[in-house]
Design a protein around this ligand. Sequence first.
Ligand code: T5A
Length: 215
Amino acid sequence: MEKGYTSNARGALIVLEGLDRSGKTSQSRKMQSYLEERGFPVESWRFPDRNTSVGQMISAYLTNKSQLDDHTIHLLFSANRWEKRSLMETKLRTGTTLIVDRYSFSGVAFSAAKGLDIEWCKAPEMGLLAPDLVVYLDISPEKAAERGGYGGERYEQLEFQQKVAQHYQILRDGSWKIIDASLPMEDVEKQLKEVVLDCVTTCCRGKSLAQLWSH
Ligand code: T5A
């Protein structure tokens, strides 16, 4: 057992959310290095996980190589999380912190932005593990669109991202940490480090795992 861990200690499930190009991938890497330097076991994950067979179907859809019904792609995104759930639980229970780039909130915000019923969108996510921390990297769709590589994938369109931002607003609760993602990368990183370290320390001391959107 790692130094400082109690018997019910575990890794933290930390989720980064935000519009396309908000800086999740960059910050996820930085948080991984930061925690590793401090001696915490940590992995960076992302959804969609394009390496699985479900993930490959999603990737083909996102790159406009295939067409799918809106409900069908929603369920595929969800299935892509379910296929990683058991590994996720094992990692957390054995003390590894997971920094996850997008999770169920992306699933709901993007599909609901297309007009699907929000409760219908949430239903297949119920029972997945609840994050210990959700950080929303807050940036205007206009500012995000100015960043490198924007526009290559299906959802990277200004008007659609505006709708996604509105649905993230609906999903947010008081526990989310909101960070201004239009700030320079170092400033975003500094704010993120504080909340991430606090969360990892809490889970390291012992915290039970919860399920998402269970009543
Ligand atoms: N989706 C996803 C669903 O519809 N349902 C679901 O269930 C899920 C999980 C793929 C798409 O799928 C949708 C959402 C997406 O549309 P993705 O592969 O995660 O999701 O796509 P993106 O979010 O677009 O991922 P990106 O890697 O493209 O964007 P990031 O990770 O937010 O941003 P990042 O770090 O790669 O940075 C983008 C650019 O901005 C610069 C970087 O250097 C880079 O060039 N940058 C900054 N520049 C200035 N200041 C800063 N603070 C900066 N931070 C980053």
